[in-house]
Design a protein around this ligand. Structure first.
Ligand code: DGL
Length: 268
């Protein structure tokens, strides 16, 4: 007899294509599970949203997503959404298992030699109390510079869709991360937005000096793996589906998600 639970998907969520950087890692450690990808592209970019309005949107949207997909597990592959609303989502949907994505401040603090660490994120993530608390808790002995980027998530979307990005524009966004102080230099930049790993080679190329770029996608995939081990044996059937809240992603985006193993579902 088929175990109905076995075909319940793992739902990956982001405001756009950023969550695909987590999917890429998850496919390696969780290849058998059915996935659903949801991009709230109608509301992209999240970085600019006022907190209360975004929190309300997320709680309402997840109510619909949970009712529709009955996900076995939800991976919020978005720092801007997780740092704002993970606690609200857990409180609103207590029966549901969530994996959040938060800035890798702890590993950065453990790894830095110079003591100068920068966190590159959306303006929303930089403003969050959650982010400040992580710094207070894990990086009190470091000098942490928070850099809120207005444009990088959009540049990453453009790069992934068109294969081209203005390198000078990337450089302009990352330069504030590079600090020199009393003969020491920033040696770690935390990529605290799931869109940014897609631009890391351009960042390396345009950086004023070499640094270690830390992102959380592998750690998130491993956390999902740990939770998925408690689920029934998966049964993946056919292609996974991607949903865009705009209902109308451009063809380049459909091609892109196709490369990650998703077919775009026409209705949101
Ligand atoms: N990918 C998202 C994150 O991890 C946010 C991008 C945006 O919507 O501004 O923060």
């Amino acid at each position: 007899m088929v175990n109905a639970q076995a075909s319940l998907p793992i739902l990956f969520f982001d405001s756009g294509i950023g969550g695909l950087s987590v999917v890429k890692e998850a496919r390696i450690v969780l290849p058998e599970h059915p996935y659903v990808y949801v991009a709230d592209d109608a509301a992209f970019p999240y970085g600019d949203w006022e907190e209360e309005a975004l929190r309300a949107r997320l709680v309402e949207l997840f109510g619909r997503l949970i009712a529709r997909f009955e996900p076995a597990l939800i991976v919020i592959a978005c720092n801007t959404a997780s740092t704002l609303a993970i606690a609200d989502l857990r409180a609103a949907y207590p029966g549901q298992s969530f994996v959040g994505t938060v800035p890798a401040i702890k590993p950065a603090a453990e790894r830095t030699r110079s003591g100068l660490v920068s966190v590159l994120a959306t303006p929303g993530t930089v403003r969050r109390q959650y982010t400040r608390d992580l710094i207070g808790q894990y990086a009190a002995s470091c000098h942490v510079r928070l850099v809120g980027s207005e444009n990088l998530a959009r540049l990453a979307e453009q790069y992934m869709r068109e294969g081209f990005v203005d390198e000078a524009a990337v450089r302009q966004e990352i330069v504030p991360c590079f600090v020199e102080q009393e003969g020491r230099r920033t040696d770690i930049v935390v990529l605290a937005c799931t869109h940014y790993p897609f631009l890391v080679n351009r960042m390396r190329k345009t950086a004023p000096w070499p640094v270690d770029w830390i992102d959380t996608s592998e750690a998130i995939a491993r956390r999902a793996l740990a939770l998925a081990q408690e689920l029934p044996q998966p049964q993946r059937q056919g292609l996974d589906l991607a949903f865009f809240t705009s209902g109308n992603p451009p063809p380049a985006l459909s091609r892109l998600v196709g490369g990650f193993g998703f077919a775009v579902a026409r209705e949101p």
